[in-house]
Write a protein that binds this ligand. Structure first.
Ligand SMILES: Cc1ncc(COP(=O)(O)O)c(C=O)c1O
Length: 434
């Protein structure tokens, strides 16, 4: 008999092992994975850099400097962030803690900031894995806040957070922190400076912590056809009169901007010494490899390479996003048409939600305002899988309306074309599969 908590975990399967991945010639019947957010458009450039720089000092085979980031890496990251995140106050390497990925550091934030049963609030839809990362091993709960018709990227989103905070309090829930994802996953938008200021002020007034997951910071590009929001880090906003800087914690990592998820390297930047010491104390369970840290330090120190890589990434992401938008439009599929960052398109398949009526043996449109809509979303998800295309669906992102899916577009163009072709086929032939 497993422990009670394991019995819960054993019902949450996780990606394990090699996939049957689509390739236009080598595996044309393979699956087009358009789910896991990864920047396939630059990972070869990063790999080439690593292959040119893989001369390791033998000290890396030892425990070396310990578990939470070598001084060389923390210094390189502080300097890099000084150049790219424009912090109001320069970042001291001692304010940076490394672990094996931002996934881990989200959990660390929950463990360090919340007692069991206390909550972290966040607007929805938002990165679905927060539901696991902040919760699974921590006994923290999540308060999803509905922003309703308000635009969650404008300063008046705070009215929704205020209402959500008070409603939770009335239910006896203690909220200890708020998390935002900027640039946003899955909407691909950046928070403007005034909205961030309003959120910081809200957290300051409530006395709660603000965790800002900025893992997609440098995937922001400028669109030619409409106004594009620039990326603004909370570190670049003067907290005076808004929030105690000890309540602000920023997450960043190598996975997205550098196409290096396999390095398993993330960091948290905090001006709160007590937070940092506590985080470092538990990060011994999730220590990154010295070899990863060595390569990451070399990469970040090479400013020319970094600047060129990020510029290439921005260009390729923008171009490929336009390809994705065109293919979706041709297929009659609408999408959230606002973002200029991130690795995904948030697509609206709600017009295609159907349920199978066994009496009439027909696929029928469903009522999207009740559980039927969510059931139909799950059915559509299965039908897409059956057709060889994997997307993340909105229910996992706590979306308020059924029928939205997240499509990760920076894959090879062949894969993107094939994936969207398969989606188009499924949604245009509702009776092809139950
Ligand atoms: C918002 C956000 N945070 C964290 C992560 C995970 O980062 P890492 O690979 O460093 O664990 C992801 C990956 O999809 C993400 O979208």
């Amino acid at each position: 008999m497993l422990s009670t908590r394991s019995q819960k975990w054993s019902k949450i399967p996780y990606h394990h092992g090699k996939d049957n991945t689509y390739h236009p010639t080598a595996n044309p019947h393979g699956i087009t994975f358009l789910n896991n957010a990864f920047n396939w458009l630059i990972y070869k450039d990063t790999t080439e850099f690593f292959n040119r720089n893989n001369h390791f000092d033998s000290s890396l085979c030892s425990y070396a400097e310990g578990y939470t980031g070598t001084l060389r890496l923390r210094t390189a990251m502080a300097k890099y962030m000084g150049r790219k995140f424009q912090p109001v106050q320069s970042i001291d390497p001692e304010e940076i803690t490394f672990a094996s990925g931002v996934t881990d550091l989200n959990e660390v934030c929950a463990l360090v900031l919340c007692n069991p049963g206390e909550a972290i609030m966040l607007g929805r839809p938002c990165y679905g894995a927060f539901n696991k990362d902040l919760v699974m091993r921590t006994d923290t709960t999540i308060e999803w806040i509905d922003v309703g018709d308000r635009d969650q990227f404008t300063a008046n989103c705070v009215q929704s957070y205020e209402a959500g905070y008070e409603a939770a309090k009335a239910r006896g829930v203690t909220i200890k922190a708020m998390i935002i994802c900027n640039p946003h996953n899955p909407l691909g938008q950046c928070y403007p400076e005034d909205s961030l200021g309003a959120i910081m002020k809200f957290c300051g007034e409530k006395g709660i912590h603000l965790i800002s997951d900025e893992i997609y910071a440098m995937t922001t590009y400028k669109r030619q056809d409409r106004k594009s929001e620039v990326f603004t880090s909370v570190l670049s906003i003067d907290p005076t009169g808004l929030i105690d800087p000890k309540q602000v914690h920023v997450l960043y990592g190598m996975a997205k901007d550098f196409g290096a998820a396999g390095m398993r390297l993330g960091c948290v930047i905090s001006r709160n010494r007590e937070f940092t010491v506590a985080a470092q104390s538990i990060c011994r369970f999730s220590s990154p490899s010295n070899f990863s840290m060595d390569l990451a330090a070399k990469l970040l120190e090479n400013e020319q390479f970094v600047d060129e890589l990020l510029e290439k990434s921005r260009q390729r992401l923008y171009e490929q996003r336009l390809v994705g938008e065109k293919l979706l439009t041709e297929a009659g599929i609408k999408f959230h048409n606002k973002g200029n960052a991130g690795l995904f398109l948030w697509i609206d398949l709600s017009p295609f939600l159907r349920s199978y009526d066994s009496e009439s043996e027909q696929w029928e449109l469903v009522d999207k305002t009740n559980e039927d809509g969510w059931r139909a979303e799950r059915v559509l998800m299965k039908r897409l899988l059956h057709a060889g295309v994997v997307l993340d669906h909105g229910e996992g992102y706590a979306c308020s309306h059924p029928g939205w899916f997240r499509l990760m577009y920076p894959v090879g163009e062949d894969t993107l074309r094939e994936g969207i072709k398969r989606i188009a086929k499924v949604v245009s032939s509702p009776a092809s599969s139950k």
